[in-house]
Design a protein around this ligand. Structure first.
Ligand code: PMV
Length: 312
């Protein structure tokens, strides 16, 4: 939890952001993915009031469930599925760039649901949280695999297969990732639909590509568990080539990936939906991560370091 989130009211409910290490898009088709929860994400508080509204501070947004925008529709679906009868003002904060592939919408959905539950004294298990936050997420993109929601709920380092319980992965040693934001708005819905169209037109080619990514994910898990960071970096690069072959990388992401590799990254790739958004680079250690972050910042991009896989 970041200082800002810790400073918020103790009653704030939270949801984590996430980084997909390997396996975005193939996970939509039932293949595995490896993901890591971020220590920051979204937080929310709900208080009884005369009418229900959601305020998202950093976005300057205030809306009601009857408004005709996706976030309001998502709120409406969540209120209905969670069985919320009374009216509440929900104040939320998001500490992730939105539309950047870090799972901001799922983190917000989970935080809002948990805030409403807390305000009503409702306890809910993770399966129910997942089902309701998936309904929220479907408003933003029609066919979510559920990985963003599962990670927003559970955090940590995990192996995820659609419609199956999340499995914890234990890295032999923590890894240092640099997350760089291309600042290009990305729509996961658009890239997911693009791959679905390509798959309809050329099922053999796309299915082979998705299966190749699945093999990379399986090897990635072994590399994490055995502490083989060089192999993990190579798998990042291979995953990136396959994602680019499905036309969801961009010239800005490619430039950032090249700069990260020049600055010593063991491997680098886009993360999340692609078509813009964020990339990740695997550093060999903390100093290496700092060098990569500086190189990305030299390109004028926001970048932060995430240490993943520490035992808590
Ligand atoms: O862009 P994000 O953070 O929503 O990540 C999407 C991950 C995809 O695999 C591309 C889609 C999904 O639903 O799994």
């Amino acid at each position: 939890m970041t200082a800002t989130m810790a400073a918020m009211d103790q009653a704030s409910a939270t949801g984590c952001g996430k980084i997909i290490l390997l396996g975005e898009h193939s996970v939509v088709y039932g293949h595995p993915a490896l993901a890591a929860g971020l220590p920051h994400g979204a937080s929310a508080r709900a208080n009884p009031s005369s009418e229900t509204k959601l305020r998202v501070a950093p976005w300057g947004v205030e809306l009601r469930p009857t408004d005709d925008v996706p976030l309001a529709r998502a709120l409406g679906v969540l209120l209905e599925q969670a069985g919320v009868a009374g009216a509440f003002t929900i104040d939320a904060t998001v500490e992730l760039p939105s539309g950047a592939g870090l799972g901001s919408s799922a983190a917000l959905g989970v935080a809002v649901l948990r805030a409403l539950d807390r305000a009503r004294g409702v306890t809910r298990d993770a399966d129910s949280e997942l089902a309701i936050s998936m309904a929220w997420e479907r408003v933003f993109h029609g066919n979510p695999s559920g990985i963003d929601n599962a990670m927003a709920i559970a955090g940590g380092l995990a192996w995820y297969v659609r419609d199956e319980p999340l499995i914890r992965v234990h890295a032999k040693s923590p890894i240092h990732l640099v997350v760089g934001d291309s600042a290009e708005a990305c729509s996961t819905k658009t890239t997911v639909e693009s791959i679905a169209r390509q798959r309809e037109q050329n099922p053999d080619k796309i299915n082979r590509t998705l299966e190749a990514i699945a093999a990379i994910v399986r090897n990635g898990r072994l590399a994490l568990e055995s502490g083989d960071q060089v192999a993990l970096g190579q798998l990042f690069d291979m995953n990136q080539s396959l994602l680019a072959s499905m036309l969801i990388s961009t010239s800005t992401l490619e430039e950032m990936i090249a700069i990260a590799r020049e600055a010593g990254a063991l491997g680098a790739k886009l993360t999340g939906g692609g078509g813009g958004g964020c990339m990740i680079a695997l550093a060999n250690d903390a100093d290496g991560a700092e060098r990569i972050r500086e190189a990305l910042q030299g390109l004028g991009k926001n970048a932060f370091i995430a240490k993943i896989g520490e035992r808590v």
